[in-house]
Design a binder for this molecule. Structure first.
Ligand code: PAF
Length: 281
């Protein structure tokens, strides 16, 4: 596996693949890779002749007081894991490659409406940073397909919307959330949890499963949101939101809607903010 840090080298490599008739899959990441990321790589590997992964801790998607500084940076470890997972090129740019005029002076992409709610409401500007960096990465990598995790469900929807609205010629694919045996969704941020918090963290998934089961038994989604929030609070979480939404656009469902829904949770446990979701099939 080749590691490249500059845009020209990346473009030259991708151009070579294209002239040999090969298509390109892309997995953008912020590094500190775990089995969840490797499952994205595996999907890209299965669908494309060549695979590029990026590792870039994107400053514009972190708000003031968030964990940009302490976000785990483990490039050597990531390189080894990506090589093993069959990645062809790791693109690991520095900030000036992606933000040549400075992160604060960048063109910014705002995907309206779908970003007004949930994560977008609690992390103002977050999705502008995500959409902007993903658009920049797409422009540099020029992938045929790109793979995102379903754990960041709203992010996935924002990227799909951006790609459709800007008519970008990249197919957006997604891979299911990977979980530890006790149900906790894999996340680089899990390592911030103390042992006591780690023991409590699977309550989020357990709560989502309970919501899904009770919904299947006929409970209203409004009542389930309230009960789930109370359950998480009793378990020591501080929820930002516990919501049941339409899975296609994350808008509030009609009171009688029973199909096409998803439950989403964001909650703090001590100093760690965890998110998870579960589609109601
Ligand atoms: O999901 C992530 O790791 C990031 O939000 C992404 C898509 C790599 C953009 O920085």
């Amino acid at each position: 596996m080749q590691t490249v840090t500059d845009a020209a080298a990346l473009r030259a490599t991708v151009r070579g693949w294209r002239s040999a008739g090969q298509n390109v899959g892309f997995v953008p990441t912020m590094g500190n890779l775990h089995a969840g990321h490797h499952s994205l790589l595996k999907l890209a590997r299965a669908r494309a002749d060549r695979v590029v992964a990026s590792v870039f801790v994107n400053p514009t998607q972190f708000g003031p007081g968030e964990d940009f500084e302490r976000y785990p940076r483990t490039l050597a470890q990531d390189q080894a894991g990506l090589a093993e997972a069959g990645c062809d090129v790791l693109f690991a740019p520095d900030v000036s490659t992606l933000y040549p005029f400075g992160a604060g002076a960048s063109v910014s992409i705002h995907v309206p409406v779908i970003t007004d709610t949930l994560e977008g409401a609690h992390r103002p500007g977050h999705f502008d940073g995500v959409a902007t960096v993903v658009a920049k990465l797409f422009s540099l990598v020029q992938p045929d397909l790109a793979v995102f995790g379903q754990k960041d469900f709203q992010q996935l929807k924002v990227i799909e919307r951006m790609v459709a609205d800007l008519s970008l010629s990249v197919k957006v694919m997604s891979a299911p959330t990977l979980r530890d045996d006790d149900g906790l969704a894999l996340s680089s941020r899990n390592q911030y949890l103390s042992p006591q918090e780690r023991a409590r963290a699977p309550q989020i998934h357990a709560t989502l499963v309970q919501m899904k089961d009770l919904f299947a038994q006929g409970h209203s989604w409004q009542a389930l949101e309230q009960a789930a929030r109370a359950r998480l609070e009793r378990a020591g979480f501080v929820p930002d939101y516990v919501a049941i939404r339409r899975a296609d656009d994350l808008a509030e469902p009609a009171p009688e809607q029973r199909e096409g829904l998803i439950a989403l949770v964001a909650a703090r446990l001590g100093g760690t903010r965890l998110i998870d979701n579960l589609v109601f099939d």
